[in-house]
Ligand binder design. Structure first.
Ligand SMILES: C[S@@+](CC[C@H](N)C(=O)[O-])C[C@H]1O[C@@H](n2cnc3c(N)ncnc32)[C@H](O)[C@@H]1O
Length: 241
């Protein structure tokens, strides 16, 4: 991501509906799926709010490529912080129960996502899990993607193929941000007619935030039982075979 985006993310991610939703969706997929006190690696942890959320599942190590991101993690009192590259993880084989990569694989600094997935597979214990969230559908690509240095947006089928080729069995998969999908489509369409100078993180009137959080809370509950046929993100939980 461009450097100025890290500070924006740090200030937005506790309250902004999109970040709150992502944590709710991750919680819906992980519920009841992990051993007690798991060893968790949060790859591409960014400014740390997801790592803080993941602490409920066990002992979390937060890793990012960029020291700037990790300096924000320190402000969140995350103690196990490490700088590293998802393409060459600085960890021993079979050392984690869960690896999370939330909106990381799409990034331009991940030059080969299949290599990152093989690295996740290597450091997971037998039957360890990987949780992936990422952006969906190339037709939703917009200025936001340029600001956050996106390389690719995925379909469920593309990510499933890559996970299986890396040696994973799919446990759960879905599109996410289903109910807000029409809004995102409309925003992307309108963007064509104006010169946008910032990411989507800034584009939000404060009165709408609690409404959107209510909407995604319903979606997160439903995600435990159903798979959504479209949405602006993909969500996967897969197991090492
Ligand atoms: C969009 S942010 C997501 C942050 C966090 N995972 C979240 O869900 O809020 C993507 C993060 O991936 C990190 N990243 C990108 N390429 C990476 C790589 N090759 N190795 C490690 N981290 C990487 C970026 O520095 C950035 O912090």
């Amino acid at each position: 991501m461009k450097l100025e985006e890290y500070e924006k993310m740090f200030h937005a991610e506790d309250e902004h509906w999109w970040f709150v939703s992502k944590r709710k969706f991750v919680g819906a997929f992980l519920s009841g799926m992990l051993p007690l006190s798991s060893k968790v690696l949060d790859v591409g942890c960014g400014t740390g709010a997801m790592s803080v959320f993941l602490k409920q599942y066990g002992n979390v190590t937060s890793m990012d490529f960029l020291s700037l991101a990790l300096s924000f993690c320190k402000q969140r009192n995350l103690s196990q912080i490490c700088q590293g590259n998802a393409l060459e993880l600085p960890f021993r084989d079979e050392s984690f129960d869960l690896v999370t990569a939330c909106d990381v694989l799409y990034h331009q600094w991940i030059t080969e996502d299949s290599l990152a997935l093989r690295e996740f597979h290597r450091i997971l214990k037998p039957r360890g899990k990987v949780l992936i969230t990422d952006s969906a559908f190339s037709f939703l690509s917009g200025k936001h993607d340029q600001f956050v240095l996106a390389r690719e947006r995925y379909t469920i089928n593309q990510m499933q193929t890559r996970l299986e080729q890396a040696g994973f069995r799919i446990c759960k998969k879905s599109y996410a941000f289903f109910f807000t999908f029409p809004l995102v489509l409309m925003i992307r369409y309108l963007e064509r007619f104006r010169n946008k100078e910032q990411t989507d993180v800034n584009n939000q009137a404060s009165f709408i935030n609690p409404l959107l959080i209510k909407l995604v809370t319903v979606e997160a509950r439903l995600l435990k039982y159903i798979r959504f046929p479209w949405g602006s993100s993909i969500l996967f939980l897969a197991e090492k075979q």
